[in-house]
Structure formats: structure tokens, C-alpha cells
Design a protein around this ligand. Structure first.
Ligand code: ADP
Ligand code: MG
Length: 663
């Protein structure tokens, strides 16, 4: 068999169209090529030769196809459109036809073919065509997939409405624009293409050079991120979160991709949340202040009694010309006055609205300074103890909030001990290793703990579990808001610490705050002032004075001394009762109603009357203690004097009672 052909560029073919090959290794080579279908067509398009690649790609054997017309490789549509003939015509006219298109295999499947048809000349005469076809289906599929994903991505970007996504050229001019950009900024694509992006910035930011710096940062660091006010087309402002990415192609800056989100609503919601948090804190603080004022009114009455009583005695001494030893009254009045001032100060400081301002704080000092206030708040029925670690580390927190937290814990403790009990405020340094820290839900490290423990009702597990929830309360309406512990929890978390409850029903509760250690010194303030110590008096008739307020006790004793009575003093019900139950002569018991410890004034008097049925009693009472005495008539031999009272009123009252016959 003789097969001669040549494949030439169109320009060459007329000049050198005479390459002739006899059967040779070259033909063998072509036959065995499998990646390309290489075959000859005669002038009419009938297949004249067939190689291995053609067999593989098109599926026909040489026997099946030789002599057949090549148009059978075309799709039906292409055949109907006359493409096979057209291809041969083009190859004839210009020397070569090339195309990429779908072709059909023997089994009917389509494949994407890259086709070249060359006109073949022999001795200057067109003898047929050489056809080379490559199967590019895989590449085509990948290409289509890439195009599709690009198209989808573009649709996605264009369709996104939550984000403004757009491109800037290297100078910062807008080059494209998506739906989100249109929605957020209010400009249509046509409005902004080619415009500099600084028009979205506020005049202040533009004046400050912000847009330029943003691009500079993106250019040098790859990305710029910020939040700030931006301007819409209609001139309104919105709070934007902005990311600008520099786009480089082979080291060349192509421009910037910019993504902007409108966070105005979120920002407003956040601010509202913060505001309501602060309002909650404020409301809750006022609740605590309300709890305080009851106790403080009582306290103020005591202190005022102390001040005015000292002054009265001073006046009386001066009038009598007894001028020695007057310092005592002056000191006592001053002591009471400065204590009243300190209490007022504290109450005001506490009630004052303050921004949350963490500073180095010494919890020991803070706790010590508020003991007085705590004792007033929890009342005399509850004993207050402290266990403050010496060398306690400072912590970084808002001292107002810490004070508020401790006070609230004490109020909770009081509520849990309606029949009295022991309240302990404890501080400690704590080094938490991994395991302990995990147990407490904090990072391992050094902490200061502040714990408030009561011997009250305790909490069942389901209450303890929910106790930190806002508005969770087991107290009757009007008594609990359920905010105390939730604020405390929030405060501890915000300070980088934790709050924990340990509680056992019937035994009591400990609530602990873990606050991170602060490395550095705590701010120190003035130490609290001390009250002067007290004198005693003796005479034939004896009056027992029980009051936890030393100034009141001293003044009453003074008055008694003036009157010629001996005075025995006690600071609480238990020690008062001890004296009353002895056989010491006592002609009158003067006692406060609210007393620290387990025995109040009323209970002490009742107990004393077991052995001294005719005991005369004068209750000196402050604010709401009248309820302790019971409503209605006072018992026999029982009298009442309300604080504040003048020394004169006390003297005449005492005289009247002692000299009266027992009823
Ligand atoms: P409130 O005191 O207004 O009820 P809190 O948030 O301070 O709100 O406390 C929530 C609940 O946790 C209380 O109602 C009570 O049931 C329980 N609780 C808190 N402290 C104690 C405590 N020391 N002893 C027993 N129960 C407590
Ligand atoms: Mg509470």
C-alpha cells in the first residue's frame, strides 16, 4: 500500500507540496499514536486511513470505518448545518481548518474534539485531507466547571445584600459594586464607578487622612480592618465594619477588595444592652440603699442622741461651774459626729451613680471599712465576724461594685437567718492549679477570694443552680428582685474572675468571689476613726444599761451618775442577761430593743423577769423596733423612750420610774 501525504502551512503549500513518503517507519509511528486520532480523507471526505488514536477516541476499527464518510463523526445538528462540507471547503481554500466542537463516538457518546484538517497535495494536486483530532473532553469539563464556579461566585457576590462587596483600583477608585453595596451605601453602580472611595467617609475622617491611611495599611500589610461611621448617598451615617484586602497578581498591586457591613443596628442594640445593664446595676444598688437606710436611720438616732446628750451634759456642767473633765463630753460629741459624717459619706458614695472603673483594690480594707454599715444592715440579731487574710493580694476591680457585692451577699445572708446566726466575711489568697481552676471555671493562676458565709437556711440544689439567674428569687414580691446574685456574677466575670455558691440546706451558705490577683499596690485611704473608751459610775441604787452603742451607754450612765445611781453596763443581751440572772441589786433595766447576738432587749427583759418578776424596764428604741415590743399596751413596769431623746427627758423619766412604787 502506498500512502503519501504532507501537512503544510497554507502559505507554504503551493511552493513545496511534494513531500512523499512510501510505507515506512513514519507511517508506523502515526498508526501507533494513541493520543491523537490521525487519519486521511479523500477529496469527498471518505476515510482512507485510520490510526490507533482514532480507534481509541472514536471507537471504530479501521475495517469498520475506512471508506465511510467522515460526516458521521459530527453531531446531527452540525451535519444538518452542513458543517462537514464547510470544513473541507475551508481546508481546501485556506489549507487548514481548525475548530473545537462536540463530536460523536461510535457508541453515540459526545466528546469535545480539537480538530485540525489540512489539505494534502501531491505533485501540486489536491489529493485529500489529513485530519488530526484530540479528545479534550476532560479539559473542557474542567474549563466548564471553572467557568461555572466563577459565574456562581460572581452571582453570589453580586447577590449578597448583607455585605457591600466591591473592588477599588490601586488609586482607590471604585471598579465594581454588588447589590449589598447598593443597598448599604445607596449608590447604584453607575453612580460610583470611577469615583474615589473616600466619598463614603465622613468629612472629619477625610480631613484626618483616614482613607489614604486605610489603603496604605492594606497595601503594606495586606489587610486593613476597622469600624467607624461612614456616609450613605443620602447623607445619613451608618456604623460600618470595614475590611480592605490588597489584591496582588505576581507582585503587582491590582487593586483592593473591600467588604463593608452595616452594624448600626447591632451597635445600637449593644449600647442599649449596656445601658440596661447599668440601669439594672443602679436599680439593684438603690434596692440595697433602701435596705441600708432603715439601719442607718437607727444609727443616726443613736449618734444624734450621743451628740446632743454630750452637749447637754456639757452645758449642765458649765452651768454648775464644774469645769474639770469636760474633754470627755467634747470628745464623745465629736466622735459621734464624725461617725455620723462617715456614715453619711459612705451612703452617699454608695448611692452615687458611678461609671464602672476598675482600680487596684484591697478587699480587706474595703471589707473592714464597711463592717459598720453591714452590722447596721443585718441588724443586731446577727453576729458579724471577719477572717481577713494578712498580706492579702490586691485585685483589679471596681471597688464600688465589690462593696455592693459584699453588701448584697450580707443582705442575702441576713434574709437566710431570720432567727439570727453568724455571718462571716472571709478573704484569702488562692493559687489555683489546673485541676482546681477547672473545678471553679477559671483560668489557672493567682486569685483573691472574698467569701460571705451564713449559718442560715441554705439552698436546695435546684435553687443554688438558678440563684445567679437574673430575676430568680424565692422571696415574696416586694422583698426580692432576684438581681443581687446576677449582678455579683456579672461583676466577677467582668473582673476576670468567678462567683461560686456552696450551700447545704439547714446548715448555711457560702458565696465566694474569685478575683484575679493584681500585681501592684492597692490604693489606700484613711483608717476609720475610733471611739473613746467609757467610764463607770457607782451609787446606792443600781441601774443596768444595755445598749450596743457605746456613746448612748456612756451618756445614759452619766445621767445616772448625776442622779446618784450606780450604773452597770452591757453591750449585748447575753452578757446583760448574765448580770440580770445573778443576785446583783438592780433597780431598773434600761435597754435598747435591737441588740447584737441571739438575745434582743425584749427577750432579755422577759428572761430576767423569770427571777425578778418586779423588774422595772425602760426600753429605749429607735425606728421600727416598736414592732418587737408588740403592738398595743405595754406590760406592767415596762416603759418606753424613743430615740433620739434629751438627757433631761431621760433623767426625769428614770427618776420617775425608780421612785415609783412597783405596780
Ligand atoms: P433576691 O435576694 O432578690 O431574691 P438574689 O439574686 O440575691 O435575689 O438571690 C437569689 C435567690 O438565691 C434568693 O431568692 C434565695 O433563694 C437564694 N439565696 C441567695 N443567697 C442565699 C443565702 N445566703 N442563703 C440561702 N439562699 C440564698
Ligand atoms: Mg439578694
Amino acid at each position: 500500500m502506498k500512502a503519501g501525504f504532507s501537512a503544510l502551512d497554507p502559505g507554504d503549500r503551493r511552493n513545496k507540496a511534494k513531500v512523499s513518503l512510501t510505507t515506512s517507519t513514519y507511517e508506523l509511528l502515526i498508526r501507533s499514536v494513541v493520543d491523537y486520532a490521525i487519519f486521511m480523507l479523500d477529496l469527498d471526505g471518505h476515510v482512507m486511513s485510520w490510526n490507533s488514536g482514532a480507534e481509541r477516541i472514536k471507537g471504530y476499527t479501521a475495517e469498520e470505518i475506512i471508506g465511510e464518510h467522515f460526516s458521521r463523526f459530527y453531531t446531527e445538528e452540525d451535519r444538518a448545518a452542513g458543517l462537514p462540507a464547510k470544513a473541507l471547503r475551508i481546508a481546501t481554500e485556506s489549507g487548514r481548518f481548525s475548530a473545537e466542537a462536540w463530536r460523536i463516538r461510535k457508541d453515540g457518546a459526545r466528546f469535545w474534539a480539537m480538530v485540525v484538517i489540512d489539505a494534502i497535495y501531491q505533485d501540486g494536486r489536491l489529493i485529500g485531507f489529513a485530519k488530526i483530532t484530540r479528545d479534550m473532553t476532560e479539559q473542557r469539563k474542567a474549563q466548564i466547571a471553572a467557568m461555572e464556579s466563577e459565574r456562581r461566585f460572581r452571582l453570589l457576590v453580586e447577590g449578597v445584600t448583607d455585605y457591600a462587596i466591591y473592588m477599588l483600583d490601586p488609586d482607590g477608585r471604585v471598579s465594581n459594586w454588588n447589590a449589598g453595596a447598593e443597598r448599604i451605601k445607596g449608590y447604584a453602580l453607575a453612580d460610583v464607578v470611577g469615583q474615589h472611595f473616600s466619598r463614603f467617609y465622613t468629612p472629619e475622617d477625610v480631613a484626618a487622612g483616614l482613607p489614604r491611611r486605610a489603603l496604605e495599611t492594606a497595601r503594606s500589610q495586606g489587610r486593613y480592618e476597622a469600624e467607624g461611621w461612614r456616609i450613605r448617598k443620602d447623607g445619613t451615617r451608618f456604623w460600618a465594619s470595614v475590611v480592605i484586602d490588597a489584591i496582588y497578581d505576581e507582585g503587582q498591586l491590582m487593586g483592593f477588595a473591600k467588604i463593608t457591613r452595616d452594624l448600626t443596628e447591632r451597635r445600637e442594640a449593644q449600647q442599649q444592652l449596656e445601658q440596661s445593664r447599668e440601669q439594672l446595676f443602679q436599680a439593684q444598688k438603690m434596692e440595697a440603699v433602701g435596705q441600708l437606710t432603715g439601719g442607718l436611720a437607727h444609727d443616726f438616732n443613736n449618734l444624734l442622741t450621743g451628740i446632743s446628750g454630750s452637749l447637754e451634759l456639757l452645758k449642765a456642767r458649765v452651768a454648775q461651774g464644774r469645769l474639770s473633765d469636760l474633754d470627755r463630753y467634747i470628745n464623745s460629741a465629736q466622735g459621734a459626729a464624725s461617725r455620723a459624717a462617715a456614715l453619711t459619706h459612705r451612703l452617699l458614695a454608695f448611692a452615687r451613680r458611678q461609671t464602672l472603673d476598675p482600680k487596684p483594690t484591697n478587699p480587706n480594707k474595703l471589707a473592714a471599712d464597711m463592717l459598720d454599715m453591714v452590722q447596721r444592715t443585718v441588724g443586731p440579731g446577727i453576729a458579724l465576724e471577719t477572717a481577713l487574710e494578712t498580706g492579702l493580694w490586691p485585685t483589679l476591680c471596681d471597688p464600688n461594685q465589690l462593696e455592693n457585692a459584699i453588701l448584697n451577699l450580707c443582705i442575702n445572708a441576713r434574709d437566710a437567718m431570720p432567727d439570727g446566726g453568724l455571718l462571716t466575711i472571709e478573704t484569702a489568697n488562692a493559687r489555683l492549679d489546673d485541676a482546681t481552676a477547672r473545678l471553679h471555671g477559671v483560668e489557672p493562676g493567682e486569685y483573691v477570694t472574698i467569701s460571705v458565709t451564713d449559718t442560715g437556711t441554705g439552698m436546695p440544689p435546684d435553687v443554688a443552680e438558678r440563684a445567679f439567674d437574673p430575676f430568680f428569687t424565692t422571696k415574696p414580691t416586694g422583698q426580692g428582685t432576684g438581681l443581687g446574685l446576677s449582678m455579683i456574677y456579672g461583676f466577677a466575670k467582668q473582673s476576670g474572675g468567678q462567683a461560686r455558691i456552696r450551700s447545704e440546706v439547714g446548715r448555711g451558705t457560702t458565696v465566694s468571689l474569685f478575683l484575679p490577683r493584681h500585681l501592684g499596690e492597692a490604693d489606700e485611704a484613711n483608717p476609720p476613726s475610733q471611739l473613746p473608751s467609757l467610764p463607770r459610775a457607782e451609787a446606792e441604787q443600781t441601774v443596768m444599761v444595755v445598749d450596743d452603742e457605746p456613746t448612748v451607754r456612756m451618756l445614759v450612765a452619766e445621767v445616772l451618775e448625776e442622779l446618784g445611781y450606780a450604773a452597770i453596763e452591757a453591750a449585748d443581751g447575753t452578757s446583760g442577761l448574765k448580770v440580770l440572772q445573778s443576785d446583783v441589786q438592780i433597780d431598773l433595766l434600761i435597754t435598747d430593743v435591737g441588740l447584737p447576738g441571739n438575745v434582743n432587749g425584749r427577750q432579755m427583759a422577759d428572761a430576767a423577769r423569770q427571777t425578778r418578776p418586779d423588774l422595772k424596764v425602760l426600753f429605749i428604741t429607735g425606728y421600727a423596733e416598736n414592732t418587737v415590743l408588740g403592738s398595743g399596751m405595754l406590760e406592767q413596769n415596762t416603759h418606753m423612750l424613743t430615740k433620739p431623746f434629751s438627757m433631761e427627758a431621760l433623767a426625769s423619766r428614770v427618776k420617775a420610774i425608780v421612785t415609783s412604787a412597783p405596780a
